[in-house]
Ligand binder design. Structure first.
Ligand code: PAF
Length: 295
């Protein structure tokens, strides 16, 4: 049964070649093993580890990919300085029942004459899609490529990147990709800051201010429960973020699946927030329960 066999901790097997990775997964699946896959860009933190532990609890074998994907960064973004620490990441995964670490080169994923890109719309259209044009196309392309190299039964993504989870689920549905998607809860620091590899960029002062994102989401939750309209909630979230020195990209309360304005209260809502502190861009979100009486 998945998750009950082979529980002994092991050191993961590091693989760079996509074809070799694929054949190892297919051999394991042919032997009846359920495979869980955790795609990452490395710089692993407790949020990633929680995905790995969930995969290990639900699957027989776990594969983790570590690949800083160039196609999801715009030229002015942080691709060059994104933390790369493969050895430390491998150490962080020791004793966690990870069977494979897939760490391909950029050329392994994108050969020199690579000419294909997945276009995405729907949940990719607003928010990160507007502020980071091409970002979700890059995410969808690499995730599809990774799903081919790691043909697992189920892939695990963190709810912290809520819009990304919607884009990936829509791609899987639209293209009929044979993989399940499981979305796992956001892991937070004790003061509420959502775990992110980019938190390491924050200066001590900005790290102190960064709790403003989670605070604005807690405010949204309270106002939502009190029956306030999305526009009023968004205004107060923005005011709070600005008062803490956050340069706000957006603070929104929208339909939790389409990310479009709320048409009625029968659909689940989500509060989304993004902003910059110093040179660091942070995002966060919170699910809001369905309620009656507000359109
Ligand atoms: O969430 C991430 O770390 C990345 O966007 C992903 C899904 C690994 C694709 O590069």
């Amino acid at each position: 049964m998945a998750g009950t066999t082979g529980k002994r901790p092991t050191t993961a097997h590091m693989i760079a070649d996509p074809e070799r990775m694929r054949s190892e997964i297919l051999v394991a699946r042919a032997a009846g093993r359920r495979i869980g896959f955790v795609p990452t860009m490395g710089a692993l933190h407790s949020g990633h580890v929680s995905l790995v532990d969930r995969a290990a609890a639900e699957c027989d074998d776990v594969a983790v990919s570590i690949f800083v994907n160039p196609t999801q960064f715009a030229p002015h973004e942080d691709y060059g300085r994104y933390p790369r620490m493969l050895e430390a990441d491998a150490t962080a995964l020791e004793d966690r029942r990870v069977r494979w670490i897939f760490a391909p080169s950029a050329e392994g994923i994108y050969p020199p004459d690579f000419a294909t890109r997945i276009m995405v719309d729907g949940p990719a259209r607003r928010f990160e899609g507007e502020i980071r044009p091409g970002h979700f196309s890059g995410v969808a392309t690499v995730v599809c490529r990774l799903f081919i190299a790691v043909p697992a039964d189920v892939a695990y993504f963190g709810a912290k990147d809520w819009q990304q989870t919607l884009v990936v689920k829509r791609m899987v549905r639209d293209l009929g990709l044979p993989i399940e998607i499981t979305v796992c809860p956001t892991i937070r620091e004790p003061d509420g800051l959502a775990m992110s590899s980019r938190n390491a960029y924050l200066s001590p002062t900005d790290r102190g201010r960064a709790t403003a994102l989670a605070e604005s989401l807690a405010l949204a939750e309270r106002m939502w429960a009190a029956g306030d309209e999305p526009a009023a909630i968004e205004r107060d979230m923005t005011d709070h973020l600005r008062s803490r020195g956050v340069d706000v990209d957006y603070a929104a309360v929208v339909d939790g699946e389409s990310l479009e304005p709320l048409a009625n209260t029968a659909t689940a809502a989500v509060a989304l927030v993004a902003g910059r502190l110093g040179g660091t861009r942070l995002i966060d979100n919170r699910q809001l329960p369905t309620r009656r009486g507000t359109g």
